[in-house]
Design a protein around this ligand. Structure first.
Ligand SMILES: Nc1ncnc2c1ncn2[C@@H]1O[C@H](COP(=O)(O)OP(=O)(O)OP(=O)(O)O)[C@@H](O)[C@H]1O
Length: 136
């Protein structure tokens, strides 16, 4: 081992390069995809919705809206996981009324974002489906 080599010490200081920051951020997303069933479900729904938009030949602005709401839902899921892990780390799964408030608020963020996504999806898809069925 060379003098400058560091032993395998877990990193707790700041990242020293863009590559290091990127690597840790990508690992965070990978962790969320691996461990969060809700996030995997949201990704699957987003892919199906975008495929439907493609086959319905929806305009580019509709795609942008659908991509925007999809990423907002992904973000909300990740923030929800952040809140859950911080609560679990600090409470060690002991019951605290304030921990419940934090987790419920965090779940509320996901619910509100999902509601927004459903509204945008309905505004985009209902007229497109009516047109497809010659009902408008
Ligand atoms: N330490 C705690 N103290 C008090 N209440 C808690 C605590 N941990 C969880 N809860 C309550 O139990 C619920 C479920 O907890 P859990 O950790 O499974 O959150 P959840 O994982 O939010 O659910 P989801 O996976 O649907 O996002 C929370 O919404 C909260 O109301």
């Amino acid at each position: 081992m060379a003098l400058n080599d560091k032993p395998n010490k877990p990193q707790t200081d700041k990242n020293h390069s863009f590559f290091q920051s990127f690597k840790h951020a990508a690992r965070g997303i990978g962790f969320a995809i691996k461990h969060e069933t809700n996030l995997r479900r949201d990704i699957l729904i987003a892919v199906l919705v975008l495929l439907a938009a493609y086959f319905l030949h929806l305009p580019q602005t509709d795609f942008l809206w659908l991509i925007l709401v999809s990423f907002l839902v992904f973000q909300a899921e990740l923030w929800n996981s952040v809140a859950e892990y911080i609560v679990d780390l600090t409470t060690q799964h002991a019951y605290y009324p304030l921990a419940k408030v934090i987790k419920d608020l965090s779940a509320g963020i996901v619910l509100l974002t999902a509601l927004f996504a459903v509204i945008v999806g309905a505004i985009i898809f209902i007229p497109a489906l009516l047109k497809l069925l010659n009902l408008s």
